[in-house]
Design a binder for this molecule. Structure first.
Ligand code: SF4
Length: 227
C-alpha cells in the first residue's frame, strides 16, 4: 500500500473512531446482550449523514443494507447504482431484479430471508468502481454488519467485493466456484448480476455456484434445476 494512501486511511480510521465505529467490537459484553436488529440499527444510526469519503457529495441516500438481521446467507456487492441511490435500498435496479430471481427462483428462499449489502454505502459518480480510499474507508461499516449478522455463508458478487472483503485481486473467472473464507465464514465468489445482464451465457456458472451454496446450507436442489 502506498504511503499516501496509508496516511489518508489512518486519518479516516481516527475519524471512524471518533465517529463511534469500533464500539461494537470494543464493548463485547454489552453487544452480546443486544439482538442483531438493534445492533444493525445502531450501526445505521452511526453512519447517519456520513461524510467520511467524497462519495457523500453526490448521493441522494446512504444505502445501508437490507434483509434478515439473522440471515444464514449474506450477499455483498460493490456499490449502489442510480435506482439504489434514489430508493435507499441495495439491488433494486435491473441487476437487483436478477439477483432477486437468483435468490427466489434459483435458491428457492425469499429475498427478505437473506441480507444484502455493498462494499460502499454511497453511489460512486457515473457508477464507476469505488476508489481504494473510498472502499477502505467504508469497509468498517460492512465488517460491523457481517460481525453482527454472523451469516453461515457469504456470497461475494463481483470483483470489487472480492478485492476489498478478501484482499484478492484475481479475475472472478479464476476464483468463482471455489470456497474461500472471511473470518472463518465460508465465502463463495460469483459473477455480479450486472455482468450477467451483459453476458447471459455466464448464468450457468452462477447457478453452479449457487448449488454449492445450497448444498452447504442443506437446501435441497430441486431435480428440475439440478443441472
Ligand atoms: S461511502 Fe461510506 S464512508 Fe463514504 S460517505 Fe458514504 S457511508 Fe461514508
Amino acid at each position: 500500500m502506498k504511503n499516501d494512501l496509508k496516511s489518508q486511511l489512518k486519518a479516516r480510521c481516527d475519524l471512524l473512531k471518533q465517529f463511534g465505529v469500533g464500539y461494537y467490537f470494543e464493548e463485547k459484553e454489552e453487544v452480546q446482550k443486544m439482538d442483531h436488529s438493534t445492533l444493525l440499527k445502531k450501526v445505521k444510526s452511526k453512519i447517519g449523514n456520513c461524510k467520511l469519503c467524497d462519495l457523500y457529495k453526490n448521493r441522494t441516500n446512504v444505502v445501508f443494507g437490507t434483509g434478515n438481521p439473522n440471515a444464514r446467507l449474506m450477499f455483498i456487492g460493490e456499490a449502489p447504482g442510480e435506482d439504489e441511490d434514489i430508493q435507499g435500498e441495495p439491488f433494486v435496479g435491473r441487476a437487483g431484479q436478477l439477483l432477486t430471481k437468483i435468490i427466489e427462483n434459483g435458491i428457492g428462499i425469499k429475498r427478505s430471508d437473506v441480507y444484502i449489502a455493498n462494499i460502499v454505502k454511497c453511489r460512486p459518480p457515473e457508477n464507476r468502481n469505488p476508489k481504494p480510499l473510498e472502499a477502505l474507508t467504508c469497509l468498517p461499516f460492512l465488517k460491523s454488519q457481517i460481525s453482527i449478522i454472523s451469516p453461515e455463508i457469504i456470497v461475494c458478487l463481483g470483483k470489487v467485493a472480492l478485492e476489498y472483503l478478501l484482499q484478492r485481486t484475481e479475475p472472478i473467472s479464476k476464483v468463482r466456484g471455489k470456497w474461500l473464507e472471511y473470518n472463518q465464514i465460508p465465502v463463495m465468489v460469483t459473477f455480479h448480476p450486472s455482468y450477467l445482464l451483459r453476458n447471459p451465457s455466464a448464468k450457468g456458472d452462477v447457478w453452479t455456484d449457487m448449488k454449492e451454496v445450497m448444498n452447504r446450507l442443506g437446501i435441497p436442489v430441486p431435480k428440475r434445476r439440478n443441472s
